[in-house]
Design a protein around this ligand. Structure first.
Ligand code: FAD
Ligand code: FES
Ligand code: FES
Length: 479
């Protein structure tokens, strides 16, 4: 069944919007149509968290609460979800939510501009966790910027929540909300609005047909890259095909040889899964944007952007990942090594989409990855590096090294790899390998870093990798 009406839950009611503008942001809708102005606009690019709202989604008969940046969320993607904004936390008789009370008690607000965003991030933490450890608190608010408080009062407010009764209004109303979510959760969307089109299929077979008939449409997953075309470049996107509505593409499979990640799997789910196999992958993803970004952004979206500073890309290159490209009838599998052509250009053709990504499991190897950025959280890399090494008795048997931020595309360090392969690790070899990076890369200078700095960092990360391996006694002391 296809519909041109999007339906979502707001204040315990199903709200229906017929043929909305596919480019309208949720933030705009909240402020101008719902006429609720608690949710603020700071940057309009997902970077400050002032616009944070929470979405309730049904998973295995439970409601999962996710923070998102409403400034970079297109309204139609709300289909089938519950929208919670800061005004909804206060009950009808005016009593505040425990999170709001904590922010007041610990002086977590000064000018107040960032406060609704922080409250929503803490509300989501309150709903999703039972223990509020330091790392959980910091992760939860890493996507919210405050110019005034210096963060400590906000962190104290978050810590104080541990003794609070968790039965809030939303917990009491859970059954009713689940009932409403089930009522609206099952249709594909097709919108036509003043010459603009928006499709949100529910199944891969529907997607294939839509894509075949609309080859000029733009694919939308988490929208954390694409939406900026509208909010920053002020352009319209005339035809959108939304992929995150397809639950068939939201999966992680593992056959002990490789992990396969479906295209619409949010990064937040993947970051938790991959920890067991490649802990450094998780460490990098923890510093990828913010929880708001990772709740919706996908690894497929990251690959498709082909950004030279896309964080997952050097990691996937070093792990020899494969991209499963699907079109109407055919399926192609490409090594990521062969996928990037030039700056933000890939081998993907019109009518194709990334179905999934396959990541081999190297049982015997050591995998290490590093990200260097100006700001620790919520910042794009200046340099990102990944090392996948098979080491036996101080000798490197196999090696794959890849860097981001060092060339127009994420790229392997072939000369450096050549120096290291089949070599016994010595200080002299490391020195040669450092030097070889100069043949591999000629990094540019831009607002994030100078070329000279990037090269020095790349060399130092290589050395850091081997120093850490040595410290873990995977190799003997090299001289
Ligand atoms: C505040 C902020 C912080 C960020 N921080 C980081 C960071 O730390 N590291 C980093 O690497 N990136 C970062 N990004 C960039 C962005 O989050 C990533 O590029 C993200 O992975 C894009 O995924 P998405 O699902 O949101 O893609 P979308 O924005 O939906 O799409 C991006 C592109 O990929 C195409 N596409 C999407 N899915 C598919 C598919 N299945 N098949 C084919 N094409 C597809 C789209 O057409 C579009 O061209 C940040 C962005 C923001 C706004
Ligand atoms: S307004 Fe800054 S993240 Fe949305
Ligand atoms: S209280 Fe002023 S920006 Fe946070």
């Amino acid at each position: 069944m296809t519909s041109n009406i999007i339906e979502f839950i707001y204040q315990d009611r199903i709200i229906k919007v017929r043929n909305p503008d596919p480019n309208e942001t949720l933030l705009n809708y909240i402020r101008t149509k719902l006429k609720k102005t608690g949710t603020k606009e700071g940057c309009a690019e997902g970077g400050c968290g002032a616009c944070t709202v929470v979405l309730g989604e049904l998973k295995n008969n439970e409601i999962i609460y996710k923070t998102i940046n409403s400034c970079i969320t297109f309204l139609p993607t709300l289909q089938g979800k519950q929208l919670i904004i800061v005004e909804n936390l206060t009950s009808a008789n005016g009593s505040l939510h425990p999170v709001q009370k904590a922010m007041i008690n610990f002086h977590g607000s000064q000018c107040g501009f960032c406060t609704p965003g922080f409250v929503m991030s803490l509300f989501s933490m309150f709903k999703n966790y039972t223990k509020y450890e330091d790392n959980i608190i910091k992760d939860s608010i890493a996507g919210n910027l405050c110019r005034c408080t210096g963060y400590q009062p906000i962190i104290k407010a978050a810590k104080s929540l541990k003794n609070k009764n968790k039965t809030d209004y939303f917990a009491k109303n859970k059954k009713k909300t689940i009932h409403l979510l089930k009522k609206i959760n099952n249709k594909s969307i097709e919108i036509y609005h003043k010459g603009k089109k928006y499709f949100a299929p529910r199944y891969v077979h529907e997607l294939k047909k839509i894509l075949k008939n609309n080859t000029n449409s733009i694919l939308l997953s988490g929208g954390t890259d694409l939406s900026l075309t509208v909010t920053k470049e002020r352009k319209d996107i005339n035809s959108i095909i939304y992929l995150n509505s397809i639950s068939e593409l939201n999966y992680i499979k593992n056959n002990n040889k490789y992990i396969e990640v479906g295209a619409s799997t949010p990064l937040i789910e993947f970051e938790n899964y991959i920890r067991k196999y490649y802990p450094d992958f998780t460490q990098i993803l923890k510093r990828y944007g913010s929880v708001q970004i990772r709740n919706v952004a996908t690894i497929a979206g990251n690959v498709a952007t082909a950004s030279p500073i896309g964080d997952s890309l050097p990691l996937l290159l070093s792990l020899n990942a494969q991209i499963v490209l699907q079109e109407f009838k055919k399926r192609k599998i490409l090594f990521l090594d062969n996928f990037f052509i030039s700056y933000r250009k890939t081998k993907m053709k019109k009518g194709q989409f990334i179905h999934s990504i396959k990541i081999p499991l190297f049982q015997k190897n050591t995998f290490k990855a590093y990200k260097v950025s100006k700001r620790f959280d919520d910042d794009i890399s200046s340099v990102c590096a990944a090392f996948n090494l098979e080491i036996f008795k101080n000798k490197v048997k196999n090696v794959r090294i890849a860097y981001g931020g060092m060339a127009a595309i994420p790229k392997r360090a072939f000369f450096c790899e050549k120096v290291l392969s089949n070599s016994v690790i010595t200080s002299e070899i490391i020195k040669k390998a450092r030097h070889a990076l100069e043949r591999d890369f000629k990094p540019i200078s831009d607002m994030r870093a100078s070329g000279i700095y990037r090269m020095e960092v790349a060399k130092n990360l290589l050395e850091k990798c081997f120093t850490e391996i040595q410290q873990k006694k995977l190799i003997g002391v090299y001289v």
